[in-house]
Design a protein around this ligand. Structure first.
Ligand code: FE2
Length: 534
């Protein structure tokens, strides 16, 4: 039997959609308490307000549960269960707030050594206190030790297994998963190799008995479990055998670059198939059996999807992530995170560092902006060079200072193809980072610090610097299968659409190729075309 192509293996933490701020213990603690528990309390206080807000397009992506005001008893039960199961984590989050207060009240520029005695008991040995150059106090976690401690609770990880027949799903950061008759809850943590065995069955058939035994499916769930499998083999993957570079856009920021010898996948977000969709799209069937390099550009929920990455884990030979070991709540270490959840061969890439293999090079480039002016290091743009051909992946970077890219251009020269995200309005700081802040941010401050990508002017500054022959706007979160994670639904009047239309038009007027990608796109390039250096 094969695993059906529209089976979702939805990773959960504490019954909420798992994303990259729910793994590293300190960051996870703040999100479980500051996001999940807060949304639950708010729902239980006024379920009908949530129901109304979910229907209001202006509130899209807000902290509102999508249960139509119902299922109150189940949400209460979830609250109780979480308070019991996450007892340690709740204490941890409380201790972090106490430490914040301690530093604000008592670290006044004098030596910090005596303050270590006053650090909350459960944080002792896990933090280093310091001042920045402005004499502001702060602390960092010894993150790798936290992963080894009681605060890394992998028992709160699980997988919800279900069949999807369309791309409609509630916004996943605001609505937890409750029991459904057609959803099978697998009580396994993300590092469990059984996930690889299950995912392999998309291509390689196995007996049901084999996988049932591995997962320990109880007799009462066998009937449901068997609906996830089929005897029909998937269409065979057509390996690229030509001499060119093949680029395939899979939607959002996900791009596969292949030659007959190598494969590179950027920011994996793979849609499902096996049901009607109005939008043509590549899917799992279009991925090679082994992927040489998977690259992650930055730590936002729409660029690191465990739902895609865990089933791909067995295919990934190398995983490149931006480097950090800052120990800050807002900047968890991605290498540590991926290692902990069972990935191997992870490369933490520094700015201007290069990995070479076959006839290809991958260089990490500085990524600026789109992080609400927080000191976050886990963000990298990538230059991929195959033969003489250069593709530049800029993800959501907002070019707050064009001179940075002048400096980069001096090192890497012109490029052939440039991919740029233009979600130029972006959510305010607190939407993503709110649970990590020590004090409430004034509304006008919050809205001045957005998770915004480049607009037309900033995008054109990049075009002027790198002189790409082709420019593609991507990472717009527009495809129907991205909405559950991006919470984006544009109209023709939406600023990101207006701005990107404008950029495309200007490029065309200069005789350059340009397009805002949507759904799917395939392009073939010659490896030996030399770019004209300026
Ligand atoms: Fe982003």
């Amino acid at each position: 039997m094969y695993l059906k192509p529209n089976v979702v293996l939805e990773p959960l933490v504490d019954n909420w959609y798992a994303w990259s701020h729910l793994i590293s213990p300190a960051t996870a603690a703040m999100n479980i308490v500051g996001r999940h528990h807060t949304i639950i309390e708010s729902y239980l206080a006024a379920p009908s307000i949530h129901a109304e807000a979910v229907l209001n397009p202006k509130m899209r992506g807000g902290p509102f549960m999508d249960f139509g005001g119902g299922r109150v008893e189940e949400v209460e039960a979830l609250q109780q269960k979480s308070h019991q199961k996450q007892e340690k984590i709740i204490q941890f989050a409380k201790a972090v707030k106490e430490l914040d207060k301690l530093l604000a009240n008592e670290a006044k520029g004098f030596g910090l050594e005596n303050l270590y005695q006053k650090v909350p008991e459960i944080l002792k040995g896990y933090v280093e206190l310091f001042y920045d150059r402005h004499n502001n106090p702060g602390f960092r976690f010894f993150e790798s030790l936290l992963y080894k401690s009681e605060f890394y609770n992998k028992n709160s990880q699980s997988i919800a297994m279900w069949i999807t027949n369309n791309d409609e799903r509630p916004f996943c950061l605001s609505t937890p998963r409750l029991e459904e008759a057609d959803v099978l809850h697998l009580d396994i943590s993300f590092d469990n190799p059984v996930i690889d065995e299950l995912a392999k069955m998309k291509r390689v058939p196995q007996t049901l008995g084999y996988i049932e035994a591995m997962l320990g499916i109880p007799t009462s769930k066998e009937e449901l479990f068997e609906t996830f499998f089929t005897e029909t083999p998937p269409p065979a993957y057509q390996k690229y055998t030509g001499d060119k570079i093949r680029m395939r856009y899979f939607g959002h920021a996900c791009i596969l670059v292949e030659t007959k010898d190598i494969s590179i996948l950027v920011d994996p977000l793979i849609s499902y198939y096996g049901y009607h969709s109005d939008v043509n799209h590549f899917s799992d069937v279009d991925l090679p059996d082994k992927i040489d390099y998977v690259m992650i550009t930055h730590n936002h929920q729409d660029h690191i999807l465990f739902e895609t990455l865990l089933p791909l884990r067995h295919k990934i030979k190398n995983l490149i992530v931006p480097r950090t070991s800052s120990g800050r709540l807002e900047d968890p270490n991605l290498k540590l995170m991926f290692e902990t959840i069972g990935f191997e061969n992870i490369i933490a890439m520094d700015e201007m560092e290069t990995v070479r293999f076959s006839d290809a090079e991958i260089t990490g480039l500085p990524f600026i902006g789109e992080h609400s002016d927080l000191n976050i290091l886990t963000k990298t743009c990538y230059l991929v060079k195959i033969g003489e051909f250069k593709l530049l992946f800029l993800a959501d970077s907002r070019i707050v200072e064009a001179a940075l890219y002048d400096h980069i251009h001096r090192e890497v020269g012109n490029v052939d193809v440039m991919f740029l995200g233009m979600e130029c309005d972006g959510a305010p700081l607190t939407w993503l980072y709110g649970p990590l802040l020590t004090k409430k941010l004034a509304r006008d401050m919050d809205s001045s610090r957005r998770l915004a990508g480049s607009d037309c002017e900033k995008g054109m500054a990049l075009v002027d610097i790198f002189n790409p022959k082709e420019t593609y706007v991507y990472a717009m979160g527009q495809e129907p299968w991205c909405e559950f994670i991006s919470s984006i639904k544009y109209t023709d009047e939406s600023n990101p659409i207006v701005q990107s239309d404008k950029l495309v038009k200007i490029c065309h007027s200069r005789g350059m190729e340009a397009e805002r990608l949507y759904g799917e796109k395939e392009l073939l390039y010659d490896k030996q075309i030399n770019t004209v250096e300026s």
